[in-house]
Structures are given as C-alpha cells and as structure tokens.
Design a protein around this ligand. Structure first.
Ligand SMILES: [Zn+2]
Length: 443
C-alpha cells in the first residue's frame, strides 16, 4: 500500500506560499514528516488522522488480481498511474508568533551598491559596508520580515529575533542584482550579498521589498571585461528571468512608478497612468518569462519617487485610491524619513499604524548606530507550535482564537500579542481579545 501525503509548515494564511527563506528553513522538517508518515502508513495501528482510507489509489494488490489474458498477443494493460492524492489537504502544521509587547519594525532603504574603490554617497553604498551593516543588524538580533506580510497583518519573525524590513528603490540595475550563469545572484551586487548572508545565517531570513521603475531604463545584461555592465540584446528576457528569481526567493517587486516622476508635477490622470504602466510592464515581463502566476504574490504597495506627494488633493486621491490592473487596492505607501524621526512601522491594529505614511530610514552607519542603541524598542518574537490543525475549520478569527485558547489550556502561555493565520490577538490573564481580524480584512 502506498500513501502519498503532504503537510507543510504554515505561519501565514491558508493557501499562501511561504517566503523562500522560510521554505528552506522548514525543508528538513518537511522531509522528515513525509518520511515519517510514509513509514507510518506501512505500520499497523498508525493512528494519524490523515491516514484515512478514502481516496487511496489503485494498489499493487489490485494489480496482482488481473487475470492473464488467453492470447499471448494481448499484453496485460498497465495499471494507469494516478496523480498523487493528498488524503487530508487542509491539515497543516501551524505556528503562532508571540510578541511580549506591541510589535514594531524599522524599515531601511537602500538604492545602489558599488565597489569599495568608487566614491560612496547617500544613495550609493560600498559593498563591504552593506555586508558589515547586515552583520551589525544580525548581531543586534534583527531578522528580516516581508513588508507585504506585515501590511496584511501577518506579523511573524524567526524565533527570538527582532523584526526588520529592508527595501531597495529604483530597481532594476545590475549593481542591485545580476544573475550568474548558475542562476544565483552575483556576490558583487546588493541582493547577491544579502542572499549570501541569509544563506550563512538562515535565521536572518531573506525578504526585501523592491520598488521598481520599469519604464525609465534598460537592464544591463552583459558583464564587460573591465567588470562593468552594458545593455545587450535580449535584455528584456534577462530582466524577466531576474524578476522571477526575485519573487521565487522573497525579493518582491512593488511599484515606484514607471518613469520615477515627480508626482507633484503630474495631473491625477498621469499619476494613475504612471502607476498602471509600471504594473502592466511587470505583468508583461512575467508573461515573457512564462510565470504570470507570480502576480498573485504581489500586493499593491507604492513608494513615492523623491518622497514627494502629489501637490493637489485630487493627485493624492489618485495615489491612495489606485488599484492594480489585477484589482488589488493600495495596502501601503512608503516614504523616506530621517533616522531620528523616532517612529517605525506599527502593527496593523495599532492606532498609530498609518499605511499611507510608512516611515523609512536610509541604511547608513548612523542608522546602524541608532538601531543598535535602541534595539530594545523592537520586541523579539517567540514561536508556539500548535501542531497539525484542520485549516478548513479555521476560516474565521473566532475559530483561530478558540484554537489558541485550547492550546493555552494545555500549556503555560505568556501574556502578549499573538499572531496566527493572519489574525492578531492580545492575551491578558486567561482571556484573548481580537486585535485584527485577518479573514475579514482579506475580503
Ligand atoms: Zn526612487
């Protein structure tokens, strides 16, 4: 008897693909689970709930019952191979994140990454400096969380780590990412350094928001003898492949408007067209790469070029009310701020959470000093494994709250903020209070 089943670790919402950084982290556990379940299927008395008999495929036993045919010229028909069956597709491993206080995250901004021999400035950081900043952030307990998850109410972080959101603006330039022939990002690029660092420090994670202008430049897709890059034939294919790698691994492209315009100089119609053209170009590139499915993973988040808002209320309305061609409304607008502004990205339930004014600080040695000094302002999350739950029964915040309360009857649960399956609760004493209804927000 051969069973094929599959469970995956899920920290976010039902049906959502976890970021690549988490996938790698969970892969060993997944393999162990699958191996254990398959072995279990061969043993009498296995009582795992997903080992029910319905949906079992044609077996070797039924194959053995086929009578030989009377004529040697008619071979036995092979048993058709049926597709793998998930015996209980809604059963998933579920992990809640527990915050000792209200979570908040700093958001850092980078632009270009240059060799140490070139002069650096506010928008061009030396590659060695970038790596050393990542090291500082890691040593201070920060780990990367995806901006899109945070804005949708999924406030999760690796166990014992403080949340940090990285953003890069003005993509796609070859100093930001350039794929080597083996398909990995070159270590002489910003995203390549980030990728390498996350491979060396898996609990740092790999998540970065890329604010792209897809209408103001061609993508350099050839490395020249002197180490520089140039635009050559097929650059659109190279760009499309690069974007696919980014999305597949957790570097998600968002909208920085098509031509990096001054929004305060445009009519409301032109503002909408600038945002729309950028989204349409992204869609065309993903179609070119044969991966239009990746659009589903991209929320509508805008970064204002130069940090400038439109000059008129109608222009502001065009930004705030923008919807992508896929019909997704804006869930966040990011700005550029000073490092001593003293405000950070709050959780979605907070009265201070303002999705239209997401503060960012430029990544620099000053910002590193600040984040080291004030690291205790950013609580570290812990994780609580709830085991396997039937997600078909967890579609409302009330059901999620009940499962949390049940779990906390069996173990000691600290007071704090609990994030689970897109909803957020506060535990105080023996009771849970709903802070954010993820199911309702997703409608
Ligand atoms: Zn920009």
């Amino acid at each position: 008897m051969h069973f094929i089943t599959r469970r995956k670790r899920l920290r976010i919402r039902p049906g959502e693909v976890p970021p690549a950084a988490r996938q790698g982290h969970a892969r060993a556990g997944l393999i162990a689970q699958v191996a254990g379940l398959t072995l279990c299927a061969f043993l009498a008395g296995c009582s795992l709930p997903m080992m029910r008999m319905e949906g079992v495929l044609p077996s070797l036993a039924s194959a053995a019952q086929i009578e030989p045919t009377p004529t040697p010229f008619s071979p036995v028909e092979p048993i058709p191979t049926a597709p793998p069956t998930r015996l209980h597709p809604d059963l998933q491993d579920v992990t809640a994140t527990i915050w000792p206080g209200d979570p908040q995250a700093p958001v850092l901004l980078y632009h270009h990454f240059i060799p140490d021999s070139a002069p650096a400035n506010d928008t061009h950081i030396h590659l060695s400096e970038f790596r050393s900043e990542l090291q500082t952030l890691y040593a201070d307990g920060y780990s990367l969380v995806p901006l899109g998850d945070w804005l949708r109410g999924d406030v999760h972080v690796a166990a014992g780590r403080r949340p940090l959101i990285l953003t890069i603006d003005d993509l796609f330039f070859a100093d930001q990412i350039y794929l080597l022939p083996d398909g990995t990002p070159a270590p002489s690029t910003g995203i390549g350094i980030l990728w390498q660092f996350s491979q060396e420090h898996p609990d740092f994670g790999f998540a970065v928001a890329l604010f792209a202008n897809l209408g103001d430049k061609a993508y350099p897709n050839f490395i020249q003898g002197n180490g520089g890059t140039r635009v050559g034939s097929g650059w659109q294919d190279s760009l499309a492949r690069t974007i696919v790698w980014c999305i597949d691994h957790g570097a998600i492209p968002y909208n920085h408007f098509f031509h990096h315009p001054y929004l305060d100089r445009l009519s409301p119609e032109r503002i909408t067209a600038e945002a729309q053209d950028n989204d349409l170009k992204l869609k065309a590139l993903l179609q070119l790469a044969g991966r239009p499915d990746l659009l589903d993973r991209i929320d509508t988040i805008l970064a204002l070029p130069y940090g400038h808002w439109p000059a008129t209320p109608e222009g502001v309305k065009a930004v705030v009310d923008y919807r992508s061609p896929q019909g997704k409304p804006v869930i966040g607008i990011v700005e550029v701020g000073g490092i001593y502004a003293g405000h950070y990205l709050q959780a979605v339930y907070s009265p201070q959470f303002d999705p239209h004014h997401i503060p960012r600080m430029v990544g620099s040695s000053l910002a590193m000093g600040y984040l080291t000094h004030y690291q205790d302002r950013f609580p570290a999350g812990q994780q609580m494994d709830l085991g396997s739950l039937d997600l078909s029964q967890m579609k409302t915040a009330a059901a999620v709250q009940t499962s949390l309360a049940d779990a906390c009857r069996l173990r000691a649960c600290p007071d704090g903020v609990y994030s689970l399956l897109g909803s957020i609760f506060r535990k105080s004493g023996s009771g849970f209070t709903l802070l954010w209804d993820g199911a309702k927000a997703a409608q």
